[in-house]
Ligand binder design. Sequence first.
Ligand code: ZN
Ligand code: MN
Length: 480
Amino acid sequence: MPELEAVIGLEVHAQMSTKSKMFCSCDNDAFGKPPNTTVCPICMGHPGTLPVPNAEAIQKSIKASLAIGCEIQKDNHFDRKHYFYPDLPPGFQISQYDYPIAKGGEVEYDIVDASGKVTGTHTCHMTRLHMENDAGKLTHRGTKTLCDYNRAGTPLMEIVTDPDLHSPQEAVAFAQELRRILIAVGASEADMFKGMMRFDASISLREKGSKKLNPRSEIKNLNSFKALEKALTYEFNRLNDLWEETGGPIKNDITVGWQDEEGQTKMLRDKETAMDYRYFPEPDIPPLHFEESEIEAVRKTLPSLPRELKSQYGSLGLDEASVRQLIDQPKLREMFDAVHDKTGDAKRASSLVLTQLLGFLNSNDKPVSEGPNAESILELFSKIDDGTISGNSAKDVLAKMVETGKNASSIIGEEGMQQISDDSAIEALVEKAIAENPQAIESYKAGKEAALGAIVGWVMKESKGQADPAKVNEMLRKKI
Ligand code: ZN
Ligand code: MN
């Protein structure tokens, strides 16, 4: 038995984050809304209605295409893809067939081990990216099927890769990098829990070293990275066993479905021939044409991509996990950048944003989106810098900011957390400390330096953290 290698290609469907649907003005955010409430005659395919392409969706497709290195096709158009499905009211999907919006491209991605160490860097080439609309959603209840058309007409990007991936781990690592890129450029929220990113994976086997492409098995509808990895691993082993039995690859392309509960694939279609979808150019939508200047205008709006961010933050001496958090969460990054720009101190920015703030958010069960923003973090910082509060009480103010959603100044005002900078007030506290801690004073006098710390601590406690510890320390030394 020769040594075999997997040849894997992906088709990725990502829901675009636009205000309205692909061809009508219906709300594109149907999450949590009652069934069939974000629909209109256009997305329901009523006779006499006309689809109008969504300019925002086209912009976002161009943006995503540029971010993965595709070449934008200046002339492209929509096609009708015909098939019957109960959640597809018009009886066809509006997609792009032979003239998609973008072709080519490549994505570089890292393979990372369990400890977060990069063990390899690979490149996956793209075949194409095209736009299309989504179907609705079916829910099966016993013998009945319920249709919810809220998702019908949602704009999708379909990204097709070359068969450049050679293990389930590579497929997952690539898909995760692609997800980061789509989020970074704002093309998709790619929220896996909401089904905003879905995969179809094709896998075939060949003798290692061979360049031949054998018939493949296509696994449909994988909705998570875990499912992608498990399904590809299962199918690799299955095809491997078949090779051992028959002495070669499968004879023709097949389509299988992944059954998550059983942990296995199930045959859907054998001896697959090219499906006849009767594609033809969509007669209701004129072909699209872009000028070079329009494409360049979009290119100018591209933000730093995850890999650029990675080297940028990595060079600040942050650990891999912190860098990953900053790449994956733009709002955290904004706050980190704000503090870092102001202080030039990456350690301080990371301790405030990634340790303290994230810690408070977690203990309050709040997502980053519900926490303070960069502006309010900077306000907190200015209160430390101008001496209004001590670094110590800043932590308490931050905790209250997360808890209540109020800004730093109102919390400091309401809770009376201003630092005591008035010398006479501190002097009174210091005198009280000396009077009430005779033993600590004795041991300090006897040469035990640590005893002073205990007295400073007493003053800090007595002042509810509002005294300036440096000042207290200095005054204590003078008085004893
Ligand atoms: Zn609609
Ligand atoms: Mn598709």
